[in-house]
Design a protein around this ligand. Structure first.
Ligand code: EPU
Length: 444
């Protein structure tokens, strides 16, 4: 079990490059299942979740290989910037891919559920382990299931599996989502592209990652209108062809650096992700006192005084991203004044607040609200990462603490941030990764 030890007091300065978005690349890999033959996805982050998704696809009969990503990653692989952060993934999809995703992989990568739509569309039958809840919330599947049922699928649950069948194929339908769920929108789009007739998804998610998937599917021959709006219209086609596609830049990793710059009163330029995908987050930083300059595919965040408190409300895109909530709490913890932070997406997202309290943060939660009273400095302590974003948030909070903060369970961070340590170092942070001594087992 590795830990990250980070020394407080650094002022982050320099440039950092962000590669493709985890939450896009995982689904692009699943989308490849929709066409037999060789698809290549580039600008894919080198993170654990991608390796697990590759294994999911291999067990479905695909051949998956990783190669260097020509020129897509200026930061890594140059001798002192750490390992390359991105890669190109080649996926050879057989004519009849398998139909089952097991619990041993799904429990490690809940996003495996996104093979449900493509496999049902291709094979007319699929059996995927139910991922259950996790550290950020209960995470239902009802909208995935109800949407597929509208398209003619019969769905049942048995022994922890979701089983869907449509022996006569899926048919177009009108689907109203109760909530603009990212995962449900993706599964339904990937099912609808091969269904007979027209599917309309109302109240669809509008995240840039959804647009990225729709762009890849359109290149594969799918007919999709309205990507990036809350009404998607998909006209099914009989078959799709494999493609080569570059993953959209990771707005959450980019946003993490933006908040880290503000929290440390630093000066950081982030390349590789569009600031247009972070408008509300960057605007919050401006309200906190930052100078923010934007270019089409890069932005710079500077602050040379203590940040001012700002209120934050998470919402589906284009609202403030829930995945940046730990960073917003971190910023609020060192800001001047009190901030009200409201979480509207996941019921367990405030779990990590207890770890922030160990760093001396003054946070009171009530339901989905948190009141954070800023302190001049935090105080270092051993803390535990509870999920990907909380892990990154705790490391960054450690930058504002006196002394050395040790964050354990950092395998969570590896799931979403390629070579986080090297990026921190390149921005001037004193940080190391170490293997934690094994905890003694107490027995009776
Ligand atoms: N929900 C339901 N029923 C459903 C689907 C969703 O109740 O059928 C609920 C969930 O329980 C949750 C809310 O709706 O409370 C939002 O869920 P959504 O489906 O939008 O999220 P997701 O697809 O499970 C993706 C990202 C998350 C990100 C959210 C919101 C991936 C692999 N994951 O999850 O990313 O927070 O969208 O933007 O794309 C992360 O990267 O660390 C991460 C958690």
């Amino acid at each position: 079990m590795d830990v990250i030890r980070v020394s407080g007091g650094a002022r982050l300065a320099g440039q950092v490059h962000v590669v493709g978005a985890k939450n896009s690349a995982l689904k692009l890999m699943a989308a490849a299942l929709l066409a037999p033959g060789r698809s290549v996805i580039t600008n894919v982050p080198r993170i654990t979740d991608i390796a697990i998704m590759a294994e999911v696809l291999r067990r479905l009969g695909c051949q998956v290989s990783f190669a260097d990503d020509d020129g897509a990653d200026p930061a890594g692989g140059d001798g002192d910037g750490g390992a390359p952060r991105s890669c190109a993934v080649t996926i050879e999809v057989p004519p009849d891919p398998g139909t089952e995703a097991d619990y041993d992989l799904v429990r490690r990568l809940r996003a495996s559920i996104c093979v449900l739509g493509p496999l049902l569309a291709r094979r007319g039958y699929v059996r995927v382990a139910h991922p259950g809840g996790d550290a950020i919330g209960s995470r239902g599947l009802d909208m995935h299931v109800a949407g597929l049922a509208r398209m003619g699928a019969e769905i049942s649950g048995e022994h922890g599996f979701v089983i869907a069948s449509a022996p006569r194929g899926l048919r177009g339908a009108t689907i109203w989502l109760d909530f603009p769920s990212v995962g449900a929108t993706e599964n339904l789009v990937m099912a609808a592209v091969l269904a007979r007739g027209v599917t309309e998804i109302d109240n669809a998610a509008r995240e840039p990652e959804i647009v990225d998937i729709c762009t890849m599917l359109t290149r594969m021959g799918a007919k999709i209108e309205g990507a990036g709006t809350s009404m998607l219209r998909i006209e099914g086609v009989p078959e799709l062809r494999p493609v080569r596609h570059a993953t959209v830049g990771d707005r959450i990793v980019a946003g993490t650096w933006a908040f880290a710059a503000a929290m440390t009163r630093g000066d950081v330029t982030v390349t590789g992700a569009s600031p247009a995908f972070l408008e509300i987050a960057l605007d919050k930083l401006v309200s906190a006192g930052c100078l923010v300059e934007t270019r089409p595919d890069a932005f710079r965040v500077r602050l040379d005084r203590r940040p001012s408190a700002v209120d934050v409300v998470t919402l589906p895109f284009p609202g403030f991203a829930t995945d940046l909530l730990p960073m917003a709490i971190g910023l609020a913890s060192v800001s001047e004044g009190a901030s009200l932070v409201t979480e509207n997406i996941f019921d367990g997202r405030f779990m990590f607040v207890n770890e922030m309290a160990r760093l001396g943060a003054d946070i009171k939660t009530d339901g989905h609200h948190a009141v954070v009273r800023g302190r001049e400095r935090l105080s270092s302590a051993p803390v535990r990462a509870t999920d990907i974003r909380a892990g990154a948030g705790l490391v960054i909070a450690g930058l504002c603490a006196d002394g050395v903060t040790e964050v354990s369970h950092v395998h969570h961070v590896d799931r979403g941030y390629p070579d986080f340590i090297a990026d921190l170092r390149s921005l001037g942070v004193e940080v190391e990764r170490a293997t934690a001594p094994e905890e003694p087992a107490f027995t009776i």
